[in-house]
Design a protein around this ligand. Structure first.
Ligand code: HEC
Ligand code: HEC
Length: 193
């Protein structure tokens, strides 16, 4: 009998958490209407300066919104937007965007740059953290298929120590990258899907 009680409790808990998760995505969908103008429908941004959010890691999205709000990452647009968010808003938005299907941006990578970028990525061990195919994991972002303009801006910003919310890994790595390396890496990354 006791055993059945435990099983029932586990089933109830599982149903509860499934329910809570579904609500997050639904609530996030509604809140995401405020993001469409820049990040595009479903987080598939069509402008190179606005990052694609569709298919990005849930955990990473949440942490970035929190960092903008708390001033660990700073951007004139996003800091203002995140300032008005509660923790639950960030969780709902992160859940929603992470569940959207990423589409191709339409950027045409130049093949010699793709090859040079792949070589540089191997030397720099990008896959050690971002995983093979740069698909990302937990707090390490997915890079595959991201806009090259955005990738380059972020690498420059890490190098210049303007973006410092990554516990130092990207900051020190970016010191080893020339502008040419960044361009090649961006062409390679954008070509992954
Ligand atoms: C007016 C344009 C604009 C709007 C509206 C906007 N964003 Fe952004 N967002 C940006 C820009 C520009 C960046 C890149 C900022 C940077 O370089 O730090 C960005 C970056 C982000 C990032 C970091 C992505 C990454 O890969 O690190 C997240 C997460 C994000 N936005 C979420 C949102 C959410 C959620 C909303 C809606 C509630 C929203 N944004 C609305 C312009 C916008
Ligand atoms: C030791 C782990 C590690 C390695 C190696 C690494 N990264 Fe990262 N990278 C991270 C983490 C963690 C973040 C997220 C930082 C944050 O939270 O702001 C990140 C963020 C980024 C971003 C910003 C993405 C966005 O959406 O804003 C880019 C671009 C990037 N890395 C490119 C690279 C490239 C290219 C390489 C190889 C040349 C590389 N990384 C190697 C850990 C790593």
């Amino acid at each position: 009998m006791r055993c059945r009680g435990v099983v029932a409790a586990i089933i109830t808990l599982a149903a509860f958490s499934l329910n809570a998760q579904a609500q997050d995505v639904e609530a996030g969908k509604k809140k995401a209407e405020a993001c469409v103008a820049c990040h595009g429908p479903n987080g598939n941004s069509q402008v190179g300066t606005f990052p694609v959010l569709a298919g990005q890691s849930d955990r990473y999205l949440y942490l970035q919104l929190r960092d903008y709000k708390e001033g660990r990452r700073s951007n004139p647009i996003m800091s203002g937007i995140a300032a008005g968010m509660e923790k639950q808003d960030m969780k709902d938005l992160a859940a929603y965007f992470s569940k959207q299907k990423q589409e191709r941006t339409g950027f045409k990578s130049e093949m010699p740059r793709v090859e040079a970028g792949a070589k540089k990525a191997e030397e720099s061990l990008c896959a050690m953290c971002h995983l093979g195919g740069m698909k990302g994991q937990n707090e390490v972002p997915r890079l595959a298929g991201q806009h090259p303009d955005y990738i380059i801006t972020q690498l420059k910003s890490f190098k210049a120590r303007e973006r410092t919310n990554d516990a130092g890994n990207m900051t020190s790595l970016a010191q080893t990258l020339s502008e040419e390396d960044m361009l090649n890496l961006a062409h390679w990354i954008s070509n992954l899907h």
